[in-house]
Design a protein around this ligand. Structure first.
Ligand code: GLA
Length: 731
C-alpha cells in the first residue's frame, strides 16, 4: 500500500517505487514533516527533528513552558502566517477583523483509491497500469472556521507524488486568503543547490545552478503566464549531485499563471522549498461555505542524479498528464509559414508553399498569423476572428480543400486571449480588455489582453473560434499568447475581489481549452506564447506540444532544449528547421544540423520552400524519412543528456534509447571549431552492458560504449552534426 498510516503515532507515510515522504501530527496537533527521500523502512522518522530553546523563536501557547517547541525551527508540513514560524509561509489568512495571525492543527484524514482530480484545474491522472492513491489531511484553524485540506496523490510505480491544497470556509464571515502556496517541503539537513530555468523571449529555460544560502532565493512570474523569464519547474539538489549521481528533488507546478518557487535557508541551516501561486497579484475572498483550490505541484525524488529525475518526469508527463488522441498518436511533420512569409501572403502563395512542402514529404501545413480581420501587421486585428477572404483570395474552406487535395492536413493559428485596440471587437466592447480605471493600459506588441475571467468574454471568443473551425477541415490549432498581462482589473469584480482576477483568468483559459479539446478531439493543439512563454505542466494537460521558443537558431536551441529537457519530454517540444541566415541571430548553420536539433522535438519546418536549392529539397526529403524511421525511438524512447552545452564547449550530445535497449540514436553537434583539435570521446548511456551493438558497421560491447566511450568525429566545418544509429546485434 502506497499510503501507510500508523494510528498510534499519527504517522502518515507515502511510498513510491524509490521515494518516501512522511509527516506526523505531534502531541500538540502540529503536522510536522519528518522525511522526504529514498525509500527506506517505514518507521517514525521524527527522531530527525531536533529542538532546543532558540531565542526569538516563538512558542505556541499550547506548548506551555516548553520553550524548545517552536514552529520557527521545526519542519512544518504546511506553515501558516502567525504561528511563530517566521520563515516564508504557505498560507496567510486574513480574518474579517483584519487580523492575519492563525494557527493550524490536525483535524482528520481520509485515504481514497485513485488519484484526486481538481475542479477546473489540470492535474496528473492515473492510467490503467498505475496503482494510485490519495491522502487528504485536514487541518483546522483555532476559530474552527477555516479548514485546510492537504491533498497528496501517490502514483507508486511512476514514482511521483503530487500535492494540492483546498481551503474551506466553514465559518459565518468571509476570510481573505492573501497567500496560498501549494507545497512546502522542509529539509532539516543538507547543503543544497537551487536549480532553476531563466531566460527571456526567444531564449527560454537557460540552466542556472546556485548554492542555497541563508535567506530566500526565489524565481517566479507575476506576468499572468508562467513566462519566458522563469519556468515553474525547479530542482533542489545536493551540492554534489550530477547528471548520474546524488540526490535531487524536482518540483513542477501544474499551473500556467503567476507562480513563486523559492528555497530559504533558515537560522538552523534547514532548507524550505515553497511553490505555488505568486502572492503578489493574489488575494482570494472566501465567503462562508466557499472553497478555494490551489493548483497541483508534482514532486519527484531521485537518488541517482538529474537523469533519473528527468526520466520520471518525462514518463509521467507523457502518460499521466498529456491527454487526448495525440498523447499516443503520431504527430505530423508540419510546415508553418510564419518565418517564410510573416504577414505577407495570399491563399495562392500558401498553396504554392504547401505544394512544394508536400513534394518533400511534409504532412501538415500551418497557416500562421495574418489570415483574419485587418491583420497585415501586428498593430491591428486581434479579436476579429473572421477570415480575411480578400487577402486569401478565397474562403477558408477553399484554401483548406486545396491543401487537402495536395494530400496535406491543414492547421491554423489563433491568439484568442488578446485584442488589438484597432479591431471591431474592441470598438464594440472596450471594457472586455484588462485596463484599470486610473490610467491608460500598458501595451505590449501594441495589444491588450481580454478578461478571460469573464464568462461572456470567453464564450464570445470560443464561439467565434468554433465558427472558423467548423467552416473548413482543420486538423491542427496553434494557440498563441503574445504578451505579459498588465493592468489586471476585471470590470466585473468588486474591489475586494480584484485579487482573484489573475487566478480566475487562468481558470477561464483552461475552460476554453477544455471545451476546444472536447469539441474537436481529433484536432492537435500546439501551445505557444511568443515561443516558450507558457511552457509548463499546466498547459501540457490541454496541449500535448508547445512551441519551445521563437528562437529557431540551431545552436541557441541546444541550450534552450537542454534546459527544457530537465522536466519536459521531447514529445512536448515544438522544434522547426528554419532558413539561414537565422532570423533571430543571423547565424548560418547547415540544414543537416538544423534538422539534427529539430529532431529532438516534434519536428517540422518554418521557411519558404521556394527559397530552397534543389540539393536542400533533396536533403529535406531524406530528413523527413529519417525522422519517420526513428519516430518511435525519438518520441517514445528514453532521453539522455550526454553532455551539457554549459560545460562542454565543443560538443553537445544527447541520446534516445528504446525501452528494450535494442536500439539507440545519438545526436552530436559540434559547437566550436579549433585548429589541430583534441580527441574527445563520449560515454553512451542506457544500453545493456551485456549486449553487443553495431554503429556504422563496427561492433562494440555495450559495456565498452558506456564505460570506455565512443571517440567523437572530428568536424570538417562549423557546427557539423552527426546522428549515429546504435543497434543491438542479435546473436
Ligand atoms: C508568436 C509566435 C510565432 C508566430 C507569431 C505570429 O511570436 O511564437 O511563432 O506565431 O507570434 O504573430
Amino acid at each position: 500500500m502506497a499510503i501507510q498510516i500508523d494510528h498510534a503515532n499519527s504517522l502518515f507515510t507515502l511510498l513510491t517505487k524509490n521515494s518516501m515522504y512522511q509527516m506526523k501530527a505531534d502531541s500538540l496537533g502540529t503536522l510536522v514533516h519528518t522525511r522526504y527521500g529514498k525509500r527506506t523502512p517505514v518507521f517514525d522518522y521524527s527522531y530527525l527533528n531536533k529542538s532546543c530553546d532558540r531565542g526569538f523563536s516563538g512558542n505556541p501557547y499550547s506548548a506551555g513552558k516548553n520553550r524548545t517547541y517552536s514552529l520557527d525551527t521545526m519542519p512544518v508540513e504546511f506553515p501558516v502566517y502567525g504561528s511563530g514560524d517566521y520563515r516564508d509561509c504557505a498560507l496567510k489568512i486574513r480574518y474579517s477583523s483584519g487580523a492575519s495571525s492563525a494557527e493550524l492543527t490536525f483535524d482528520s484524514y481520509e485515504v481514497k483509491e485513485g488519484k484526486y482530480a481538481l475542479p477546473g484545474l489540470p492535474a496528473f491522472y492515473s492510467c490503467q497500469e498505475d496503482t494510485a492513491h490519495t491522502l487528504i489531511i485536514t487541518l483546522k484553524d483555532t476559530t474552527n472556521s477555516v479548514f485546510v485540506h492537504l491533498y497528496y496523490g501517490v502514483l507508486e510505480e511512476k514514482d511521483i507524488i503530487t500535492r494540492a491544497v483546498c481551503i474551506e470556509n466553514k465559518g459565518d464571515s468571509p476570510v481573505y486568503l492573501d497567500r496560498v502556496l501549494s507545497v512546502c517541503a522542509d529539509f532539516q539537513y543538507g547543503e543544497y543547490d537551487f536549480i532553476s530555468f531563466y531566460g527571456r523571449h526567444a531564449m527560454e529555460r537557460l540552466y542556472s545552478r546556485t548554492r542555497v544560502h541563508h535567506g530566500v532565493q526565489a524565481v517566479g512570474s507575476t506576468r499572468g503566464a508562467s513566462s519566458h523569464h522563469y519556468n515553474p519547474f525547479v530542482v533542489l539538489a545536493d551540492k554534489n549531485t550530477t547528471e548520474t549521481s546524488g540526490e535531487c528533488y524536482g518540483f513542477s507546478f501544474v499551473y500556467s499563471g503567476d507562480f513563486l518557487a523559492e528555497a530559504e535557508k533558515d537560522q538552523t541551516g534547514q532548507t524550505r522549498v515553497l511553490m505555488g501561486i505568486h502572492p503578489e497579484n493574489f488575494c482570494y475572498k472566501l465567503d462562508p461555505g466557499q472553497t478555494f483550490t490551489a493548483p497541483e505541484t508534482a514532486m519527484v525524488y531521485s537518488s541517482t542524479g538529474f537523469e533519473s529525475m528527468t526520466h520520471t518526469f518525462h514518463k509521467a508527463i507523457r502518460n499521466n498528464l498529456c491527454r487526448g488522441k495525440f498523447k499516443k498518436a503520431e504527430r505530423p511533420v508540419l510546415i508553418n509559414n510564419w518565418e517564410g512569409t510573416y504577414f505577407d501572403f495570399t491563399g495562392d502563395k500558401l498553396v504554392a508553399m504547401a505544394s512544394e512542402a508536400k513534394e518533400m514529404g511534409v504532412e501538415l501545413f500551418v497557416m500562421d498569423d495574418g489570415w483574419f480581420g485587418k491583420r497585415d501587421n501586428d498593430f491591428s486585428g486581434l479579436g476579429d476572428w473572421i477570415v480575411n477572404e480578400k487577402k486569401l483570395g478565397c474562403t477558408l474552406k477553399d484554401l483548406s480543400d486545396r491543401i487537402h487535395n495536395l494530400g496535406l492536413k491543414f492547421g491554423i493559428w489563433f491568439e484568442p486571449e488578446c485584442i488589438s485596440e484597432d479591431s471591431d471587437l474592441y470598438r464594440a466592447h472596450p471594457d472586455w480588455a484588462f485596463k484599470v480605471p486610473e490610467k491608460k493600459p500598458v501595451r505590449s506588441r501594441y495589444q491588450l489582453v481580454l478578461d478571460f475571467s469573464r464568462k461572456e468574454v470567453r464564450d464570445y471568443i470560443f464561439n467565434m473560434m468554433c465558427k472558423v473551425l467548423d467552416s473548413a477541415k482543420i486538423e491542427y490549432l496553434k494557440w498563441d499568447f503574445n504578451r505579459s498581462i498588465g493592468d489586471l482589473y476585471s470590470a466585473e469584480l468588486p474591489a475586494d475581489r480584484q485579487g482573484e482576477t489573475a487566478y480566475k483568468y487562468v481558470l477561464g483559459l483552461y475552460e476554453v481549452l477544455e471545451n476546444l479539446n472536447q469539441r474537436y478531439p481529433d484536432m492537435l493543439i500546439e501551445g505557444c506564447s511568443g515561443g516558450g512563454g507558457r511552457f509548463d505542466a499546466g498547459m501540457l494537460y490541454y496541449t500535448p506540444q508547445i512551441w519551445t521558443s521563437d528562437d529557431t537558431d540551431a545552436i541557441e536551441r541546444l541550450k534552450i532544449q537542454y534546459g527544457t529537457s530537465f522536466a519536459y519530454p521531447v514529445s512536448t517540444m515544438g522544434a522547426h528547421v528554419s532558413a539561414v541566415p537565422n532570423h533571430q541571430t543571423g547565424r548560418k548553420t547547415e540544414i543537416s544540423t538544423r534538422a539534427t536539433v529539430a529532431m529532438a522535438g516534434t519536428f517540422g519546418y518554418e521557411l519558404d520552400p521556394a527559397k530552397l536549392t534543389t540539393e536542400e529539397k533533396e536533403e529535406i526529403k531524406n530528413q523527413i524519412k529519417t525522422f519517420r524511421k526513428y519516430y518511435s525511438l525519438i518520441q517514445d524512447g528514453i532521453y539522455y543528456r550526454l553532455t551539457s552545452p554549459y560545460e562542454d564547449e565543443e560538443y553537445t550530445a544527447w541520446e534516445f534509447v528504446s525501452e528494450d535497449k535494442q536500439e539507440a540514436l545519438i545526436s552530436i553537434v559540434n559547437t566550436k571549431l579549433t585548429a589541430n583539435g583534441m580527441f574527445s570521446r563520449i560515454k553512451l548511456r542506457g544500453l545493456n552492458p551485456d549486449l553487443w551493438y553495431s554503429i556504422d558497421n563496427t561492433e562494440y560491447p555495450g559495456a565498452a560504449l558506456m564505460e570506455a566511450g565512443l571517440p567523437l568525429p572530428i568536424p570538417s566545418f562549423e557546427y557539423e552534426s552527426w546522428n549515429l544509429h546504435v543497434k543491438a546485434i542479435n546473436q
